[in-house]
Design a protein around this ligand. Structure first.
Ligand code: TEU
Ligand code: CA
Length: 566
């Protein structure tokens, strides 16, 4: 008998759809997605069956980093609409049983925020301490050798007051000083103001970076290059998160998930342990950075399926019964899930269905990234002029200054696999111009493959990726075992097969996923039992094996309800 299920909670059973507002649906023909656009697509989302939307930032912002640079935490950016639009969206989503999770970006603000304007105005200003200012070194250089995620030093000199301010991201994203109690109170007040409107939750941007070592110690000589690992989990991080929980989260029945860049698995329970009073869950980076050079985030490296399986199995074991996990294979900071983990060239819809089966049959709250439900893939950008992301553009400019043509070419080739822009192209709604996203030319190019890959066509087709997502979501919602049941990985070393058993009380489900384009046969262990019922399969005509020897076609995946084994 497997251990009893963890306490049930709505946020553990939620099926989250992450939506990049800038790219979802434009309603007023300016080429930028907006809130009225989302409103128009709520029925689509309800049909899909998702129960919560996570919106990337829609607050007032100069958009240096697409809204992760906020100039007014209490306002909606006019490009996205008005506060009335937002309130209508909340209400209309609510009527459809869909909650709204907002991005909370409080490690830094925009340099155009009134706080920063005041803070930079003089060393004596009462808001000076809202940000992190340090005098130059004796030689005039920056206070430490910290680097920004978007290139160059993390310290920017401000001539007006003769000091440097810290920015872990762009220089238009100065870091807030969490050491200051008044600043923290301002943030909590703002969070409560939003929650009082009826939000379903917060996704906390770079949650482990809020606390920094106030000495800002130089990177050691042998620094690995892993900035997130170095900046994460400063000395007071858990004090801050506990305080945030006590003063905000605990007063509302909301979902909380921290972006977990740099959080090591061994310390994850310090953030999400049930007894910690901090966060409910984090997004760890171990799976989605498997194909990245740890020392150079923008360089792709090879990895194997056994490594991917090990990441998921280890995290599940670590959190089992003690915390809660988030399950995802993509977001707005990474290329398309299907391009990275599937095979869109040879088995587009087969591998898209397989990835859906995986995401929705793991323990933890699943996150579906907009467009993945129709099998969207990386953009075929070939010229730097097609890219929009500050991370890509800054890196390009740095290289350009060095003037090595071969290097620039290699960089562009690499961006085809790593740029964050791949996950940000407009949602492909139908075959009309601009894929039905906008009547104008959008802020970032529409994927030219939209006539063959769009929601409208797939809505008519019972065998489509979209139809499969609907079925898989329905199954997930109907079986608490899929959210809560224990997870046991089978065949950790198998190079092609991802297989596991989910179990709860007397119920047992075997998940078989042929994570490859080659057919195979697998004989599952007798302990797994015999197949009682095919719950779902990525092919229309799957026949469960009577003798435990299951044939699996390319990218074929299935869930089998089992009769208990010997
Ligand atoms: O991302 C934080 C983060 O860790 C990223 O730097 C990630 O490693 C990355 O995109 C690759 O360099 C969050 C947001 O998700 C991202 O969109 C923002 O740009 C960033 O914070 C700053 O707010
Ligand atoms: Ca618009």
């Amino acid at each position: 008998m497997t251990p009893p299920p963890p306490h049930r909670a709505w946020w553990k059973e939620a099926i989250v759809y992450q939506l990049y507002p800038r790219s979802f649906q434009d309603s007023n023909g300016d080429g930028i997605g907006d809130l009225p656009g989302i409103l128009r697509r709520l029925d689509y989302l309800q049909d899909l069956g998702v129960t919560m939307l996570w919106l990337n930032p829609i607050y007032a912002s100069p958009q240096d980093d697409n809204g992760y640079d906020i100039s007014d935490y209490y306002a909606i950016d006019p490009a996205y609409g008005t506060m009335e639009d937002f309130e209508r969206l909340l209400a209309e989503a609510g009527r459809r049983g869909i909650r709204i999770m907002m991005d909370l970006v409080v490690n830094h603000s925009s340099d155009e925020h009134a706080w920063f304007q005041a803070s930079r105005s003089s060393r004596e200003h009462p808001l000076r301490a809202y940000y992190i200012w340090r005098p130059p070194r004796p030689d005039g250089g920056p206070p430490s050798n910290w680097r920004s995620f978007f290139g160059g030093s993390a310290w920017e000199f401000d001539a007006q007051t003769g000091e440097y301010y810290l920015h872990l991201f762009s220089k238009k994203q100065p870091d807030l000083n969490w050491e200051l109690p008044e600043l923290r109170q301002e943030i909590y007040r703002m969070m409560r103001w939003w929650l009082d409107k009826g939000l379903g939750g917060f996704r906390i941007d770079v949650s482990p970076f809020l606390s920094k070592d106030p000495g800002f110690p130089d990177f050691p000589d042998d620094f690995s290059g892993d900035l997130a690992g170095y900046y994460a989990s400063g000395p007071r991080i858990h004090a801050f998160l506990r305080e945030m929980n006590e003063q905000v989260f605990s007063r509302y029945g909301i979902a909380t998930v921290g972006e977990g860049a740099g959080i090591r698995m061994e310390e994850a329970l310090e953030y999400v342990g049930q007894d910690r009073g901090e966060l409910q869950a984090i997004f760890h980076f171990d799976a989605i950075t498997l194909d990245r050079d740890p020392g150079d985030f923008m360089r792709q490296v090879p990895y194997t399926l056994p490594q991917l399986k090990a990441v998921f199995a280890r995290w599940d074991a670590q959190l089992a019964g003690r915390g809660w996990n988030s399950v995802f294979l993509g977001n707005h900071d990474f290329p398309r899930m299907l391009s990275r983990f599937g095979d869109p060239e040879h088995f587009r819809s087969e591998s898209a269905r397989l990835l859906a089966t995986f995401l929705l049959s793991m323990r933890g709250t699943p996150y579906i990234y907009y467009g993945d439900e129709i099998g969207m893939v990386n953009a075929p950008f070939v010229s730097i002029s097609e890219y929009r992301d500050i991370q890509t553009l800054n890196a390009w400019r740095e290289l350009e200054a060095r003037g090595d043509a071969a290097e620039l070419e290699a960089f562009l080739r690499m961006q085809a696999h790593v740029s964050r822009d791949h996950g940000r192209t407009p949602m492909q709604w139908d075959r009309s111009p601009q894929a039905g996203f906008s009547t104008a030319s959008p802020w970032i190019g529409v994927h030219p493959g939209y006539p063959a890959c769009n929601a409208a066509d797939q809505q008519q087709d019972p065998d489509s990726v979209l139809a499969y997502y609907r079925r898989m979501i329905r199954l997930r919602k109907s079986m608490p075992l899929l959210a809560y049941g224990s997870f046991t990985l089978l065949e950790p070393e198998h190079p092609q097969l991802f297989a596991y058993v989910r179990a709860m009380e007397a119920e047992q489900v075997l998940v078989l996923l042929n994570w490859s384009g080659r057919a195979m046969e697998y004989e599952w262990p007798a302990e797994a039992g015999t197949a009682a019922e095919l719950l779902i399969s990525t092919y229309p005509d799957t026949r469960p094996a009577a003798d435990r020897r299951q044939r699996l076609r390319p990218w074929e995946g299935m869930l089998l309800r089992m009769h208990p084994g010997a």
